[in-house]
Design a protein around this ligand. Structure first.
Ligand code: GLY
Length: 361
């Protein structure tokens, strides 16, 4: 088991990565919360039917658990679901010292984190992420939130957890298409600046997305990516500089998800396309060469991710969502553009006509 430490204004916390983390849940929660007698769990029915029994078993019988499930999927990520989850804990006469353990992927993590921040003005939060995207990205860094009809993640708060417990064993039961989509976020870390991860992916990306689960390889990839995320959010928790680089691939990715009504494409697939969009714009601005686009496309293709825009989604369909990006300032979105594999930069001044190059076949 290895730990990536995170510094946060709300208190430092560890990201603990390793096979067996979930099995040691009881020891970990009692270590973090001495005298603990009640634990809230936020999850969704799909994750809970797969892992609920083993999680409750590893927590043991001397702890009272209150489980609140929200409907699965991005369409459930709205304030209505948050109110239902809050009801469940308030009805149980929740107290401020009682922690919430959030078990699931990115949607559950964002919602559970928000519930923990709102409930009684804040109760302790623990993340037990069960997807690649949640383990390498969304469970680390304190972002929580829900969607609004005007855009994704527009309502939320920073609410750092007390610990992130990442067990790559959960990925065994993840549908292969989701495992593969998660690799979109992993490629992002490699391209932003993790040379060791870039070499590993260049050598072994097919093994990573194979239907056979390569446990040791996944553990290494989850640890390297988690360490990358932990480092960035420790240096720039509130996203005033470096953390914006993590948005690489997300400007066009989020816009595509928005244009498709947050269905029909997985987040990591949209991010993969978004990185290619950014590379095209960067190439047109003379900030990178065609070899950079080639390296990104090669990794994306080898991971089995889409490498051209879905038919029928024109630039006009995604354009309104680009301006709604949270990184937009006075309507112009800051672009995160690659310079070469392993280096990206923030670009605020550019010709808006170049944005249409981001949609390509
Ligand atoms: N997912 C990007 C961030 O946490 O900043």
């Amino acid at each position: 088991m290895r730990t990536a430490p995170v510094s946060s204004s709300g208190g430092d916390y560890p990201v603990i990565v390793g096979a067996g983390v979930a099995a040691s849940l009881k020891e970990r929660v009692h270590e973090l919360f001495p005298g603990l007698s009640r634990l809230g769990i936020v999850s969704n029915p799909v994750v809970w039917s797969l892992h609920g029994t083993s999680i409750l078993k590893s927590l043991g019988t001397d702890l009272r658990t209150v489980v609140a499930l929200h409907p699965d999927g991005e369409p459930a990520k709205h304030m209505g679901s948050i109110l239902v989850l809050l009801d469940r804990f308030l009805e149980d006469r929740w107290e401020r010292r009682d922690p919430l353990l959030v078990v699931g992927g990115g949607v559950t993590g964002d919602m559970g984190g928000l519930v923990a921040g709102l409930l009684l003005r804040g109760v302790p939060l623990l993340h037990l992420p069960t997807t690649v995207v949640a383990q390498v990205d969304s469970a680390i860094g304190g972002k929580t939130g829900v969607d609004h009809p005007l855009g994704k993640n527009l309502i939320g708060m920073f609410n750092p957890p007390r610990a992130v417990l990442s067990d790559p064993g959960f990925l065994r039961t993840l549908p292969i298409v989701q495992r593969r989509a998660g690799v979109g976020e992993v490629i992002k870390y490699a391209l932003i600046g993790d040379r060791a991860l870039l070499s590993l992916l260049t050598e072994r990306i097919e093994e990573l997305v194979a239907s056979d689960f390569h446990a040791a390889l996944w553990e290494e990839v989850i640890f390297l990516s988690s360490s990358d995320k932990a480092g960035v959010v420790s240096r720039d928790e509130k996203e005033s500089g470096e953390r914006m680089l993590l948005n690489f691939g997300h400007t066009f990715g989020h816009a595509l998800e928005g244009a498709l009504g947050y269905s029909g494409i997985l987040h990591g697939e949209a991010v993969a396309l978004g990185m290619l969009s950014a590379a095209r714009i960067s190439g047109a601005m003379g900030l990178s060469d065609s070899a950079t686009f080639g390296v990104i496309r090669d990794l994306v293709k080898r991971a089995g991710l889409p490498d051209s825009w879905p038919a029928g989604v024109a630039f006009e369909a995604i354009a309104p969502y680009l301006g709604r990006d949270k990184k937009a300032s006075r309507g112009q979105v800051a672009l995160i553009l690659p310079e070469r594999p392993g280096s990206v930069r923030i670009v605020r001044d550019y010709d808006p006509d170049l944005l249409s190059l981001g949609v390509f076949t």
